[in-house]
Design a binder for this molecule. Structure first.
Ligand SMILES: C[S@@+](CC[C@H](N)C(=O)[O-])C[C@H]1O[C@@H](n2cnc3c(N)ncnc32)[C@H](O)[C@@H]1O
Length: 627
């Protein structure tokens, strides 16, 4: 349950008249629910700092959780941001997936090398995993976006700016929301980012080739920061200075005015159509890529951050993805906040920032939901874990399925949708809908329903609300989904040995300073299950009979992506004293620095390690104490 609710609206200053500019002028379906939630405020949950990287007093944050809850935390702590860039899901109708690469097993490197010569390496080593869903109906999306935007506005400083990155799917609708929230007068520019589609299936459409994103730029007031950006002049323009005066100065005459080449100091002021920033479609093998679907290039963020903030200012991205905003903000001497709901985003960003030498805290919003890796995967898992739940013959859209009871017959089951944060909380508004819309729609022979919830305002209050309502005689059982979610997580298993480090000296092994941990075995049921599912599906679809199932070795070391040792504390906040990341090609990144060596199955540390953390290739992390 949320600790408290934080009002979206700024606290009125005593004696100051305020305009109620939040009363909505647009009406989307489901707006009554939104109104109820807006009145209640942003859910504030406790935040736990799980790791500090670099300087202990850093103000930079990498937050795992929802935008709404992150804003509640910032607002409650009086933290104001100076610049916001967001690239939220676009309502594109797509599900985004991540390719998971099986790593090189240090114990059987030679066999793998041989196998790679014979087989298609990608097929042998990778499978796909869902990251986040972007499938929405328009009304839901806009209501959700409205809440997020007013939450963000409530933590923006008076001089802050916001850039929202969208495309043709929903951009123009969100522009209207932005006008409503920030005021038409604060609309600054619509930026067109020409992503320059030069080849591929997009160019084949019997139509104009669709090749741009839109970025709406608003400010909180006229008093905004704006540092003009100048771009180099084009060759064509420079060639127009083709006359020379008596002193050898090059010039041209335009509109009756003489312009000298040597007076063109700053270049051309940057306009609102950006066609000089390469997207990853044009540079698919860029070293900057971190294998995150929808990752944006650093040059794009560089332009926005340089223009709309100054050094030491706080830059926030509440849908941070691969961490591009945080990385660039840090490079440019700004402070940053990165927020995202997916574990993959948090890990990718953390590792990217470690490589960039940044200091930051990794924080987790304790919203009572063990999100597994991300909401899409958790939803799939939950459905398989509710005992007896069948959904082949769906009662209707509202109910997830039903459980067959020998005495009561079919018992419909409602499961909140984790991908839709608005359905997470069971409150009176939601219960009212169930009592007056969902239950009356059920066939007459239904005697009982089960309502799962993730978060509840108060179980007693909701039960009282049901009994006071008296609109149905049906039995309504409320069940906590967290009990099911707890079963989702089965920790990984590892066997390892911690020894004093040694070195070869005149053919003999002698002890040296430092320690070494050797990993002998690693078992991850979660990953193995994924691979089994992938193999089964691929075999069914393998019409040519050429598919070679992915096999995992006995010691399972190829399922490890990252190791870290903490030599500072045996419990509490993590402190990574030494870490190794194994990239998809098997090369190790040691303490953020890329190398051209393969992993040898060990991790070293200068001091005695107290804890070991291993992240598997799907992103689950497990910790072990070292005695
Ligand atoms: C289009 S991607 C952002 C990509 C990012 N700009 C980059 O360059 O890598 C959108 C991100 O929003 C995250 N997301 C979706 N719903 C969210 C929510 N309610 N709160 C925070 N993050 C969310 C997804 O996990 C995803 O990483």
């Amino acid at each position: 349950m949320a600790v408290k609710y934080i009002p979206f609206f700024p606290e009125p200053i005593e004696g100051q008249a305020i305009l109620d500019n939040f009363s909505r002028t647009l009406r989307y379906k489901g707006n009554t629910d939104v109104k109820g939630r807006l009145q209640r405020g942003m859910p504030y949950y406790e935040l736990e700092t799980v790791e500090t990287v670099g300087k202990q007093d850093t103000e930079n944050m990498v937050i795992r959780g929802e935008c709404l809850s992150a804003c509640a935390y910032l607002k409650d702590n009086g933290i104001k941001v100076d610049l916001v860039y967001i690239d939220p899901p676009f309502a594109s109708g797509a599900d985004y997936a991540k390719k998971v690469y099986i790593r090189r097993n240090p114990k059987i490197v030679e066999e793998i090398a041989k196998a790679e010569e014979e087989l298609d390496i990608d097929e042998l080593k990778a499978f796909e995993e869902k990251m986040y869903g972007d499938v929405w109906d328009k009304e839901k999306y806009l209501n959700w976006m409205y809440e997020n935007l007013i939450a963000i506005k409530s933590v923006m400083s008076d001089t802050a700016s916001i850039y929202i990155h969208l495309d043709h799917h929903i951009g123009h609708y969100v522009k209207i929301l932005m006008d409503e929230i920030f005021g038409e007068d604060n609309f600054q520019r619509e930026i067109i980012w020409d992503i320059q589609v030069l080849s591929g299936f997009k160019t084949l459409a019997p139509n104009w080739v669709r090749g741009h994103d839109v970025i709406y730029y608003y400010s909180n007031s006229d008093d905004r920061i704006f540092n003009k950006i100048f771009l180099p002049h084009t060759e064509k323009y420079l060639q127009m200075f083709n006359r020379e005066d008596a002193n050898g100065r090059k010039y041209m005459v335009a509109h009756g005015q003489t312009r000298y080449l040597d007076e063109l100091k700053d270049g051309k002021p940057c306009g609102d159509v950006w066609n000089d920033i390469m997207s990853f479609q044009q540079q698919p093998t860029s070293a900057e890529k971190v294998d995150y679907a929808t990752q944006k290039p650093e040059t794009l963020l560089e332009r926005i951050i340089k223009a709309s903030s100054n050094e030491e200012m706080l830059v926030a991205d509440f849908f941070g993805g691969s961490g591009v905003t945080a990385k660039v903000a840090n490079d440019l001497g700004r402070k940053f906040i990165h927020c995202d709901i997916g574990i993959n985003s948090i890990q990718t960003t953390r590792d990217r920032l470690v490589s960039a030498g940044a200091s930051f805290k990794v924080m987790e919003i304790k919203d009572g939901v063990q999100l597994y890796r991300n909401p899409v995967q958790t939803m799939e898992k939950i459905k398989s874990l509710i005992p007896g739940l069948k959904n082949e013959d769906k009662v209707n859209e509202f109910w997830e399925g039903y459980i067959s009871d020998s005495k009561l017959g079919k018992v419909p089951v409602y499961v909140p949708n984790l991908m839709d944060s608005s359905s997470k909380l069971l409150d009176e508004v939601m219960m009212n809908r169930i009592l007056h819309e969902a239950i009356p729609d059920l066939p007459n022979d239904i005697k009982k329903v089960i309502i799962y919830y993730i978060d509840i305002t108060s179980k007693e209050e909701i039960e009282k609300f049901i009994s006071d309502d008296k609109s149905t005689l049906m039995e309504i059982e409320l069940r906590d989904l967290k009990d099911v979610l707890d079963d989702v997580v089965i920790e990984d298993y590892a066997e390892f040995e911690c020894k004093k480090a040694t070195q070869e000296l005149m053919g003999q092994k002698v002890e040296t300073d430092g320690f070494v941990i050797e990993i002998n075995k690693f078992i991850s049921d979660r990953v193995t299950q994924k691979i089994d599912d992938y193999n089964k599906k691929a075999l069914v679809n393998d019409k040519k009979g050429t598919f070679k199932p992915i096999e995992i070795s006995q010691d399972g070391l190829e399922l490890i992506e990252f190791l870290s040792v903490d030599c500072s504390a045996a419990e509490g906040e993590w402190h990574s004293d030494s870490e190794i990341k194994i990239d998809k090609n098997g090369y190790v990144i040691v303490n953020g620095q890329k190398t051209k060596s393969f992993w040898n199955g060990t991790i070293n540390s200068e001091k005695k390690p107290l804890r070991l953390k291993i992240r598997n290739i799907c992103g689950d992390e497990t910790e072990w104490k070292i005695e």
